[in-house]
Design a protein around this ligand. Structure first.
Ligand code: PGA
Length: 252
């Protein structure tokens, strides 16, 4: 049985370390004994080292730079993240792509993460869904360019988060449906299979993200063709996030 993966992407929240510790503790106290779920929390990088000292906490960075060291003001390397207690790192989130991150940069970051011993959580997703279905080509290119040059053995350490940009955040156009998630999950696996073969493709965890909440999480987990969900807004409210994790633990 593979565990469901539930990722909390805190983005640039909360506003203090004290608050961050409170949220983590509230969550881990309730879910750390769960058997069927892995919970990963991606806090702002500045809180990582302190949160890593709390028990039963698996952490992710929200970004990394591809160089190891040098004159790159404001950046941090994968090794720095790993040393600060991160096991995973989100790469290519749409909010970073909106600031200019290209597939080529994302590819360098994925490789740098793996080299540093981190597991990349690669985010992909189209901004618009056109009726002709051009978003399939867009997603295919994102996957092919972001994972270019990876070896088959790397795939077991990669999580792919399908996050349609139109369904993310408080300005989302609408929520995606589990059926749309399922359709994209099949499509993404086909692209991966063409690149890396069917056997390696089975080792990749595929998750859904974008307006996941206490009401729709269970449906994405049971009918969305995914191994987990990535939660933004609702991951900052422990009661709501715990409820989402609970629904993953108790899926029938
Ligand atoms: P949201 O964010 O759950 O607030 O839509 C998800 C994400 O951006 O990863």
């Amino acid at each position: 049985m593979t565990k469901k993966v539930i990722i909390a992407n805190w983005k640039m929240n909360p506003q203090s370390l004290t608050e961050a510790k409170k949220i983590v503790t509230a969550i881990t106290t309730k879910v750390s004994h769960f058997k069927k779920v892995s919970v990963i929390i991606a806090p702002p990088v500045i809180y990582l080292e302190s949160l890593a000292k709390l028990q039963n906490t698996t952490l992710a960075g929200q970004n990394l730079f591809w160089e190891e060291s040098g004159a790159y003001t404001g950046e941090h390397s994968g090794t720095m993240l790993a040393k600060s207690g991160a096991t995973y790192v989100i790469v290519g989130h749409s909010e970073r792509r909106a600031m200019g991150e290209t597939n080529e940069m994302v590819n360098k970051k994925v490789k740098a993460a793996l080299k540093a011993g981190l597991k990349p959580i690669l985010c992909i997703g189209e901004s618009v869904r056109d009726e002709k279905g051009d978003y399939h080509t867009f997603i295919k290119e994102q996957i092919m360019q972001s994972l270019a040059g990876l070896k088959k053995v790397n795939l077991k350490n990669v999580i792919i988060a399908y996050e349609p940009v139109w369904a993310i955040g408080k300005n989302a156009k609408r929520e995606a449906t589990p059926a749309e998630s399922l359709e994209m999950s099949i499509f993404i696996k086909k692209v991966l299979s063409d690149m890396f073969g069917a056997v390696a493709t089975k080792t990749v965890a595929l998750i859904y993200g974008g307006s996941v909440n206490t009401k729709n999480a269970e449906a994405f987990l049971s009918d969305g063709g995914v191994d987990g969900v990535l939660v933004g807004r609702e991951s900052l409210t422990p009661l709501k996030f715990i409820q989402i994790v609970y629904s993953a633990e108790h899926l029938s």
